[in-house]
Design a protein around this ligand. Structure first.
Ligand code: IPD
Ligand code: CA
Length: 276
């Protein structure tokens, strides 16, 4: 890639994100083929990081710096750097690290571009690319534009009721958070068609956009987990809801036909479990 600065037009940023994500995805596949081991643990023994997570993020960060030196950066593994352009790149080098460790194909390189600080309650979404390196699938969108999978337009599903709604969710890494999330899920699973736990939030968001699930909710996901995927989901027609739960936030990405009913159900269950 040349060192010439890339324009701040959303399509140019999406092109750049895709180019970088493709290179990062190839590196992730190569490192996976060579063998992956736990390099460190973060919030709990379950919350692992591999050398590949760090190396892939370093590559992404370097490429963004070469092409957009004035932009800010916020990544899962290497933290934040401020910029002067008003744009921030929000990056998860390998979302679904546990799947990656085990050799499951359900992991993603996730690169989002937002205007403002890397906080979903404050940023203005600009562009996002999520690549599943093991399958080569490329999800891409600019905010307010069309979401695509491998160049084909995506649109959300339209279930008629919660009983016909397939819901994806995920769990955090601490025992206390998981107990609370499981208790909420116990109240939800009897009300919906079924539940999926794939293990990569970025791909869960994209699955809502593609209509391969009807909704995805999770409490406590991080900005890098959902920056790019939420832009894909929203551009495909998903409603995105977020609300405070104690000292965390819950996020819901859902087909508009059931978003109200599902938001009410999840919030009621969270209030019951957390006693607020
Ligand atoms: C995790 C995955 C998982 C979600 C967790 C995330 P990581 O990200 O997206 O599906 O349930 O909340 O932390 O640790 O694999 O990058
Ligand atoms: Ca993640």
């Amino acid at each position: 890639m040349s060192n010439a600065a890339v324009s701040a037009a959303p399509d140019a940023l999406a092109d750049l994100a895709e180019t970088i994500a493709r290179e990062a995805a190839a590196l992730a596949v190569q490192r996976r083929a060579e063998g992956v081991e736990v390099a460190d643990r973060k919030s709990s023994i379950a919350d692992v990081v591999t050398a590949a997570d760090r190396e892939v993020e370093e590559l992404i960060r370097r490429r963004i710096g070469e092409a957009r030196p004035d932009d800010a950066f916020f990544g899962e593994e290497s933290g934040a750097a401020t910029g002067t352009s008003g744009l921030t790149w929000v990056v998860d080098p390998i979302d679904g690290t546990v799947n990656y460790l085990y050799g499951s194909p359900v992991y993603a390189v996730s690169i989002g571009v937002v205007r403002g600080v890397p906080d979903p309650s404050m940023w203005e979404p600009v562009a996002g690319v999520v690549i599943a390196p093991a399958t080569g699938q490329v999800y891409r969108a600019v905010a307010g534009g069309v979401a695509t999978l491998d160049g084909r337009p995506l649109s959300v599903s339209a279930p008629e009721s919660l009983a016909e709604t397939l819901v994806a969710t995920g769990f955090g890494y601490t025992a206390e958070r998981r107990w609370e999330q499981a208790a909420v899920l116990a109240g939800l699973v009897t009300e919906v068609r079924d539940v999926r736990r794939a293990g990569a939030a970025a791909l869960d968001c994209c699955a809502v956009g593609a209509g391969t699930v009807d909704a995805y909710y999770e409490r406590g996901i991080n900005p890098w987990d959902m920056a790019a995927g939420s832009i894909v989901a929203a551009a495909a027609g998903a409603d995105v809801r977020t609300w405070e739960v104690g000292d965390t936030r819950s996020f819901l990405f859902a087909a508009p036909s059931i978003v109200e009913d599902l938001a009410t159900l999840v919030r009621t269950l969270e209030d019951d479990v957390l006693g607020s």
